[in-house]
Design a protein around this ligand. Structure first.
Ligand code: ASP
Ligand code: MG
Length: 254
């Protein structure tokens, strides 16, 4: 049995229909004989909308309150996704960053993960359930909610995968993997089937923004294989694997 961490970005969980589609995909992965832990982003433009709401009150809001507000976005998507999984006939529990054991430093808005102790996530998996974790958030030593910076859910997913000892961390987005150029702008762009950490870091520093830089660095540090793919198709996507790992040996290669 493989342990797979799946991360779904905002465009993959933008509305009720999308949440139901993602729920089916999670259940499919589980029924194929895997344990599945999921990290979600906030739905669609929720995070931007929350920022706008804050700005309409105070153009320089207290950092602590801003993080309290921002973490609400992922709380909505995680609980709705758990409900979608229930209504599709499977069991799921959602957890905030702090419930999932994400401890960070005190730097509101750009916190660094210090440790991840996902005991409750492990417990849910041991019961045969899907565990869903709110991305982009944790808790500082004082017990306050913190956020990791925009796009931080990718890093949450890799950190959870490392802490659980997962076999692979799948990053679901709205494009079929990583391309030589942005396929929405350059139609002749080619999908890269497999790539190493160094090469992807180089692409990221050149402004290619499929994955957050910090997430790739974290994966490289712990040799966690990443699989970037679309939640809208079953195409193969892009594998980012440590040197010497045969991509075919990874789970979920349909
Ligand atoms: N929802 C947060 C953002 O939009 C985190 C993420 O999506 O990774 O930045
Ligand atoms: Mg987002």
């Amino acid at each position: 049995m493989a342990l797979i961490v799946q991360k779904y970005g905002g465009s993959s969980v933008a509305d009720a229909e999308s949440l139901k589609r993602v729920a089916r995909r999670i259940i499919e992965t589980k029924r194929a004989g895997n344990e599945v832990a999921v990290v979600v982003s906030a739905m669609g433009d929720t995070t931007d909308d929350l920022i706008d709401q804050a700005m309409s009150i105070d153009s320089n809001p207290p950092a602590r309150e801003m993080d309290m507000l921002m973490t609400a976005g992922e709380r909505i998507s995680m609980s709705l996704l758990a409900m979608a999984i229930h209504s599709a006939g499977s069991e799921a529990y959602s957890f905030t960053g702090s419930q999932a054991g994400f401890m960070t430093d005190a730097c509101f808005g750009a916190a660094h993960i210090k440790s991840v102790k996902p005991a409750r996530v492990r417990e849910a998996l041991d019961k045969g359930c899907v565990a869903i974790v709110a991305g982009f958030q944790g808790m500082n030593e004082g017990g306050d909610a913190t956020t990791l910076g925009r796009g931080g859910s990718d890093t949450s997913a890799v950190a959870l995968a490392v802490a659980l000892g997962a076999d692979v961390c799948e990053i679901y987005t709205d494009v079929d993997g990583i391309f030589t150029a942005d396929p929405r702008i350059v139609p002749t762009a080619k999908r890269i089937p497999a790539i190493g950490y160094e090469d992807i870091l180089e692409m990221a520093s050149c402004g290619s923004k499929v994955l957050a830089l910090r997430c790739v660095e974290y994966a490289q540090r712990f040799n966690m294989p990443l699989h970037v793919r679309s939640s809208f198709s079953h195409r193969p996507g892009t594998l980012i694997v440590p040197d010497g790992v045969n991509p075919q040996s990874l789970p979920n290669q349909e």
